[in-house]
Design a protein around this ligand. Structure first.
Ligand code: COA
Length: 182
């Protein structure tokens, strides 16, 4: 899927260039993922576990850009990547074509300014255009900001996996499955 538009954030008014990422964004994307992995316990990786090379990431982004059912959105502020949001089909099988899965992150310094909402609203619109019928995601049960955002846009909790994550320090977290009909 392709997307490109400039937005002003609702809180703060910063100008954000939001667009589908392509091969040329591989380095910026890797840097962003590694940065946010170090900032939060609410993603699925320990810091340093994202190990794709620039070439591998470039191929992944190139494929997503040319695939009409996948999207890797990247948000830039003054040339620096500050957020991203990915959508892909849940599986490449006929019986699953109606379901998409979403993951997103905003760099700590930009959280709470409306960028998450902007990326999610944009992604929901693009998923509808692509013909998906439901959008799904997983969220750590303590991630109240994310759950508030998802709920406000029509996602509902449909399940809870206890001890879904076990962190390097031995602590654990449950994860909710959330679904939004499109
Ligand atoms: C979750 C995340 C993507 C949200 O993005 P964001 O840019 O911070 O979110 P927004 O600024 O658009 O606002 C989210 C909403 O949560 C609300 N909110 C903020 N802090 C909150 C809190 N502690 N409890 C409840 N709601 C809260 C805000 O009021 C806002 O609602 P509003 O638009 O009606 O004012 C971002 O915080 C993030 O990347 N966190 C770390 C990684 C992560 O958790 N990714 C998601 C994995 S499922």
């Amino acid at each position: 899927m392709l997307y490109s538009k400039t937005h002003q954030l609702k809180k703060g008014g910063e100008t954000i260039e939001l667009r589908s990422a392509g091969a040329a964004d591989a380095e910026a994307m890797i840097e962003l993922l590694n940065k946010v992995d170090r900032q939060t316990k609410y993603l699925s990786r320990e810091p340093g576990e994202f190990t794709a090379s620039i070439e591998e990431e470039a191929n992944w982004l190139k494929n997503a850009e040319s695939d009409e059912t996948s999207l890797q959105l990247i948000a830039f502020h003054q040339g620096e990547a500050v957020g991203c949001c990915g959508i892909s089909p849940i599986a490449a099988k006929r019986r699953f074509v109606h379901r998409a899965v979403l993951g997103m992150m905003v760099e700590q310094g930009f959280q709470g300014r409306g960028l998450g909402r902007l990326m999610l609203e944009t992604s929901i619109g693009l998923c509808k255009q692509a013909g998906f019928e439901q959008l799904e995601l997983e969220v750590v049960a303590q991630n109240l900001r994310a759950i508030a955002l998802y709920s406000s846009l029509g996602f509902e909790v449909v399940g809870r996996m206890p001890n879904a994550l076990k962190y390097a320090d031995g602590s654990r977290a449950a994860v909710y499955d959330m679904v939004k009909p499109l």
